[in-house]
Every structure is written in structure tokens, then in C-alpha cells.
Design a protein around this ligand. Structure first.
Ligand SMILES: *Cc1c(COP(=O)(O)O)cnc(C)c1O
Length: 431
């Protein structure tokens, strides 16, 4: 038996498993889908992550999305340090909160008002409460394969049988609450029309990831989001785009700008916090003015809009105003996609690469992946072997075939070529 390349990761993981559930503070980090000891991070610089054993990897996890400028970008780090030196939280309004909100209003189409929270989960829970309050209805619709954080109403899967009533997807979620969550197939416009015909007038909201990034990277079919918009309008339902992942990632104005369909509410997180905990929900004035203290819908937070998160977020959004940032991200994504597709052809491996800008996900599938069933039908066993070869080649992928890879402006030519070279080798080895 060869010695582990990561003895210190092994030791930390053994110790952590004794006192932290599964040894991790968020489930996917436990590497259950791929096996082995998770790489324990020591530090990051640009697109590189160094583990506690001194191994270096080109990082494609990028903290699952926030790090659009790479690890520890100088301007962001300086802004965090400066903010920290002046006090980390006050419980009083600050100028940075206003400046961050102004940027969101300026860039995200359809947004008049913004409320900052501390995570994407908080953002979606709050947006759902607002939609329920505004409509006086309790039920809402979401889609198979989309993720909206771990709020009770969202941890729901499609029920069995013909009807769309949801069932708890985790112990501890009340059945009575889950029944208020209806679940349809992403990209299945006909099914959505059927759900609306039967339940449209009791729906408070439709929640959707306009570009689905929690089942890899699945783009909306032509007309799908437009149909949601039209059906929500016809039935007085609040359309919510969950752009926690895609906001300021696929374009400055997120999927809304990129695809041109404007929802009533949008949830944000990840990139707008520049690597610190943050979330936001935002939208039309007539809805957002119902939030306390302006309106009656209660939502609050001790650390909401805190100086560190808003300083990091502002520095990030400012850097993204540099000309060429999004072109750079688009080019990086296109380069990796083309490199993987060429290598797959050469290796004779069926591969479909889903991509939107700098979000990318290769599936071992012969046909395009457009919905959750397709994702589940892809060859996951082959993907796991691919993951481990990539790791040996110094490329750190998210440890699940359902997670998007994230590129950043720090992934330079050298790193991109490294990814494609490793990918070619990995594809050969799983052929
Ligand atoms: C990450 C994510 C969330 C949850 O955000 P947290 O900050 O992890 O709570 C919600 N929705 C989408 C689309 C996400 O990608």
C-alpha cells in the first residue's frame, strides 16, 4: 500500500469526525459521493488552493461560487482588513450597506429595493414569506434539481402518484408544510401549464434557478422562463429567480440580464459577498415595501449587512466593473468546454458539457442534459473515476457530479491549459 498523499488531511478528518457531524460543516464537503478523505484547505491564492499537506491544486470549487476573482484578491483582502480595523458590526446602519444596495439596484433589472441578509438560505426563506404575505396564498411551485437552500419549505421532493404535492426530503420537515410545496420538472413547460391549470390560483410563488446550477449546469430551454413569466402574470403569482449562484456570475445583472426575463423578486448571495457570508432579496417596490419596518412582513438579522461582508462584496462588484471581466470569464469557460469536448472525442468517451459563462459541468452522457432525469441517468461511476484522476493531476473538482465547476478571473492561461491537459488525461483513463 502506498502512503497517503494527505496524511495531515487524514488526521484532521479523523479528529473532526469525532466531534462534528460527518467531520464537515456542510454535507457535500465530506466527499461521500467520491470516497476518500476530503482535501483540507490551508490557503488559497488566485486560482490555486494549497492543502494542509502542501499539495497544490487548480481550484474549480471556488467555495461553490463566491470567489469570482479567485482566492484572496488583493483589493478585496485590503477592503476586509480596513473594515475590520474600524469595527466588525454595529447594529446601526452603515454607508457600505447603502453602496452595495445601490449597485444591486443599478445592475439587476427589475430591482427597486434590496434587503441584505446573511446567506442564500435566508434570502430564499424571506422571499417565500414575502410572496406568501403579498398573495395571501400558502402553496408554491419549485423544480426538481433546483436548490434553494435548506429552509423547511424547500427541502421537499416530488410526491408519489399523479399529483404534485410534495413530500419531506429530510426528516424533521413537517409533512403538512411539505404539502404546500409543489414540484415540477425543470424545462418541462407542458407540465408547468398543467400545474397552473389545476393549482395556479392557490400558488403564492414560483421559485426557479433561471440557470440551474445545483444539478451541474443546465440552461433553460427556449421559452421556459418566458412561459413561467406569462403564467405567473395570468394567475397573480410572484415569480422568484433564485440567483444566489448566477447573480453577478453569468453577467453583471445575472441571468435576468443575460436572458431578458424579469422576475418579481430575485435572491442573491455568493458573489455579492466576495467570499464572506451574505445574501439578499430584492425586487419590485410594491413587494419590497411590505417588508418590516416599512411594511408588516417581519424579517431581521443581527449581523445583516455587516461591515466585513459589505466591504468584501463592494470590492468584488467594483472589480467586476473593470472592462473585460465578464468577457474574460466567458472566454475561460469556452476554452475549458472546447478542450474537454475535443479530448472526449479523441478518447471516444460520450460527454455533454453544460455551460453558462464561467459555470461549467461535464456529464458522461451521449445526449444533451436538459432536466434532472438526464442528470441522474449520466454515468456517475465513470465521473467518480474521472474526479480522482483530476485530483492526482492537481485539479480540485467539486466532489459530486451534480456540482458546477467555477472559473474565476484568476484562472489564467497556464491554469486553463493545466485543466484541459488534466482533463484529457482523465478522459483517456476512464475511456
Ligand atoms: C448556494 C445556493 C443557495 C443557498 O445559499 P447558502 O448561502 O448556502 O445558504 C440557495 N440557492 C442557490 C441557487 C444556491 O446556489
Amino acid at each position: 500500500m502506498t502512503a497517503s498523499r494527505r496524511p495531515k488531511s487524514d488526521a484532521l478528518f479523523d479528529a473532526a469526525q469525532k466531534i462534528v457531524p460527518g467531520g464537515v460543516n456542510s454535507p457535500v464537503r465530506a466527499w461521500k459521493a467520491v470516497g476518500g478523505t476530503p482535501v483540507h484547505a490551508h490557503s488559497g491564492a488566485g486560482c490555486w488552493l494549497t492543502d494542509v499537506d502542501g499539495n497544490r491544486y487548480v481550484d474549480l470549487v471556488m467555495s461553490y461560487g463566491p470567489l469570482i476573482l479567485g482566492h484572496a484578491p488583493a483589493r478585496t483582502t485590503a477592503a476586509i482588513v480596513e473594515a475590520a480595523a474600524g469595527g466588525t458590526t454595529f447594529g446601526a446602519p452603515t454607508e457600505r450597506e447603502l453602496r452595495l444596495a445601490e449597485r444591486i439596484v443599478e445592475y439587476v433589472p427589475g430591482v427597486d429595493r434590496v434587503r441584505l441578509v446573511n446567506s442564500g438560505t435566508e434570502a430564499t426563506m424571506s422571499a417565500l414569506r414575502l410572496a406568501r404575505a403579498a398573495t395571501g396564498r400558502d402553496a408554491f411551485l419549485k423544480f426538481n434539481g433546483c436548490y434553494h437552500g435548506h429552509g423547511d419549505s424547500f427541502l421537499v421532493k416530488a410526491g408519489s402518484g399523479a399529483l404534485t404535492l410534495g413530500e419531506p426530503d429530510s426528516p424533521g420537515v413537517p409533512k403538512a408544510l411539505a404539502e404546500l410545496t409543489l414540484v415540477a420538472e425543470y424545462n418541462d413547460t407542458d407540465e408547468v401549464r398543467r400545474v397552473f391549470a389545476e393549482h395556479g390560483d392557490r400558488l403564492a410563488a414560483v421559485f426557479v434557478e433561471p440557470i440551474a446550477g445545483n444539478m451541474g449546469t443546465v440552461n433553460p430551454a427556449p421559452g421556459f422562463l418566458e412561459a413561467l413569466r406569462e403564467l405567473c402574470d395570468a394567475h397573480g403569482v410572484v415569480l422568484v429567480f433564485d440567483e444566489v449562484m448566477t447573480g453577478f456570475r453569468v453577467a453583471r445583472g445575472g441571468a435576468i440580464e443575460r436572458l431578458g426575463v424579469v422576475p418579481d423578486l430575485v435572491t442573491l448571495g455568493k458573489v455579492i459577498g466576495g467570499g464572506l457570508p451574505i445574501g439578499a432579496y430584492a425586487g419590485k417596490d410594491e413587494l419590497m415595501r411590505q417588508i418590516a419596518p416599512l411594511g408588516k412582513v417581519y424579517q431581521a438579522g443581527t449581523l445583516s449587512g455587516n461591515p466585513l461582508a459589505t466591504a468584501a462584496g463592494l470590492a468584488t462588484l467594483e472589480a467586476l466593473e473593470d472592462r473585460g471581466a465578464y468577457e474574460c470569464l466567458e472566454d475561460a469557460g469556452a476554452f475549458v468546454q472546447a478542450g474537454l469536448e475535443d479530448a472526449a472525442r479523441a478518447a471516444g468517451v460520450p460527454l455533454f458539457v453544460g455551460r453558462c459563462g464561467s459555470m461549467i459541468c461535464p456529464y458522461f452522457a451521449a445526449e444533451p442534459v436538459t432536466r434532472f432525469d438526464d442528470v441522474m441517468a449520466s454515468d456517475r461511476e465513470r465521473w467518480v473515476r474521472f474526479f480522482h484522476v483530476m485530483l492526482d493531476e492537481g485539479v480540485l473538482l467539486p466532489p459530486s457530479p451534480f456540482e458546477a465547476w467555477f472559473l474565476s478571473t484568476a484562472h489564467d492561461t497556464e491554469a486553463l491549459e493545466h485543466i484541459v491537459r488534466a482533463g484529457a488525461k482523465a478522459l483517456q483513463s476512464v475511456a
